[in-house]
Design a protein around this ligand. Sequence first.
Ligand code: SAM
Length: 275
Amino acid sequence: MTLKEYLKKYKNIITKKGIKNPLYFVAKIISEITNTNITKILIEKEYILPENLLHKLNKIIIEDYPLEYITHKVIFYGYEFYVDERVLIPRIETEDLIKIAINIIKDKHYKYIMDIGTGSGIIPIILKKELPYLNIYGVDISKDALEVSKINAKKHNVSINFIQSDIFNNISENIINRLDFIISNPPYVETSFFENSSSLKYEPKIALEAGNDGQDFFRNIANNYPEILKAKHFLFETTEFNIEKTVEILSKFGKCNIYKDSFNFRRFVEKLHLN
Ligand SMILES: C[S@@+](CC[C@H](N)C(=O)[O-])C[C@H]1O[C@@H](n2cnc3c(N)ncnc32)[C@H](O)[C@@H]1O
C-alpha cells in the first residue's frame, strides 16, 4: 500500500481525531518510526508502506498506541530518554515541576534529594545533569519501572541511588534524616477517567490511577508518614482538576504554596520547612 492509498483509506479516522493535515500527521509518524527526513516522505508521491510499518501505523492511528513505545524514545527537557510499557511517558508539565525544583534547590543550597515515583527516572537524572553535586535517590514501588530508570541513568552517565519502595516503607531512617527536599509526580488520575479515555490504556495503571478523586496517593503519604511530611520541604505535582483537595490533605503539615504550569493550570504544591 502507498501512503496516498493509506490516507484515502483512513481519512475519516484521522480527521475524526481533529487532525487538520492528515498527510503531514502520518508522514511525521513515519519519519519518527523509520528515522527518515520528513521532506523525503512528503515529496515521494508513491511512498510505499512495507507491511511492518503499516502494522505500526495502524497501532498508533487506529488503536491509539503511543508512538514513544514504538520508537522507545522521548525528548524531555532537551534530553533523550528510553521508554517502554513499563513506565509512564513523561508529560510536558513535569518539565515545569523540574524547573521549580531546580530554583528551590539552588536557592536553599540543598544537597540530598529524593524523587518518589521515579518511573523512567527523568526527574533524578535531569536534576543530576543540571546540578551534578546533588545526592539523589529515585524511589519507585515498581521493579519494572526501576529497570527503565537504570537504563536511562546509564545512558546519561549519572549516578543515582535507586530504591524499590512503597513510598518511604523501605527507606532507612538514616537516608530519611539526611533528606533536604522531596519531589514527586505521583499517580493522580481519577479512576473514572479510564472509562472514557483510550489514550491512557497502554501506560501502567500503577503510574496513573489514584482512586475516585485522584487523591489516594496523597492520602496514603499523609496518613502513613505524617512525621516525614511535617519535617521536610517537598514539592508535588497534582491534578489541575482537584488541586484544592491535595492542598487540603497536605496543608495539615505546614503552609502550602501553589505553582502554575506553563498552560496556566494550578498544578504544583510546595510545603516549606517548619523552621
Ligand atoms: C505519574 S508516574 C511518574 C513517573 C515519572 N516520575 C514522571 O514524572 O514521568 C508515577 C510513578 O509512581 C510510582 N508509584 C506509584 N505508587 C507508588 C508508591 N506507593 N510508592 C512509590 N512509587 C509509586 C509508579 O510506579 C510510577 O512510576
